[in-house]
Design a protein around this ligand. Structure first.
Ligand code: ZN
Length: 267
């Protein structure tokens, strides 16, 4: 950490688009104490510490898949986070952490707190995702050589989705892509059951269609150990050619596939 950022004072200098990690670590330390980088945080505790109340609704319609941050006047806390009680727990945890990120874009000295930037900027959304990721799973916990088995274990331990761990691992710039695959039909051919792309963590410029069929390689050859690895051809969207691939099982019955360029795999 080359400089310290205190989350309580951050809004005064926002936006500093690179401060998400320091802010997350500053909040973690405030809630959990020092030397706790490997501990699982309850984002509801972080919310309380940051003067946000959390309300869960069992709503439908427009609110169904979104969480939101509401500035308040007449309440104990200046912010309220509203989220869907029907979302899976890891998703609720990420939603709280993401909305906490948005509080950094308000002037807290006003009542209710006032927006500092216009709503809906992509940079702010990215910032909040990075903040949430580092708050829930500090990157230091992901070893350089972490493979599929360890990523799944980290997701279980830190109570985040495997997708969140995959995006965190992508920051290492070692991987070309990390994909979640599952056995299913495509939208156009529901009966054509195959191992297909469910979700992806990829850098900008990489393009993989969801539902693309994985035709051959380690993800189809998980052995007794539940692990597969090898150099194999791939043809998924813009991911074409020979790559080093590692695959392991996902808790939901799918496969986690990690793709590495050959140069770094050999070196
Ligand atoms: Zn957001």
């Amino acid at each position: 950490m080359n400089r310290s950022v205190d989350w309580r004072a951050y809004w005064a200098t926002a936006p500093d688009w690179n401060a998400h990690d320091q802010l997350a670590l500053s909040v973690r330390e405030h809630v959990l104490g020092p030397g706790t980088i490997d501990r699982t945080i309850d984002p509801a505790d972080a919310a309380r510490a940051m003067s946000c109340s959390v309300r869960r609704h069992k709503g439908s319609g427009a609110l169904m898949h979104t969480a939101s941050l509401i500035p308040r006047v007449d309440s104990e806390y200046p912010f309220e986070i509203v989220l869907n009680a029907l979302d899976p727990l890891p998703r609720q945890r990420f939603s709280i952490a993401h909305e906490l990120g948005h509080t950094f874009f308000y002037d807290r000295s006003l009542e209710p707190p006032a927006r500092l930037l216009r709503i809906g900027g992509k940079a702010e959304e990215r910032f909040c995702d990075e903040f949430a990721g580092e708050l829930l799973l500090p990157n230091e916990n992901i070893p350089e050589d972490a493979g599929p088995t360890l990523l799944v274990r980290l997701a279980e331990r830190f109570l985040v989705s495997v997708q969140v761990v995959a995006w965190r691992a992508m920051r290492r710039q070692k991987w070309l892509a990390i994909l979640g695959l599952s056995w299913k039909g495509s939208r156009r051919k529901p009966d054509d059951i195959a191992l297909r792309v469910d979700w992806l963590a990829t850098p900008p410029g990489t393009w993989v269609p969801v539902d693309a069929k994985y035709r051959s390689g380690p993800a189809l050859e998980l052995g007794e150990s539940g692990f597969g690895a090898g150099i194999s051809d791939l043809a998924l969207g813009s991911l074409r050619g020979e790559f080093m691939q590692q695959a392991g099982p996902l808790p939901d019955g799918g496969v986690l596939l990690m793709i590495e360029p050959l140069e770094t795999a050999k070196g």
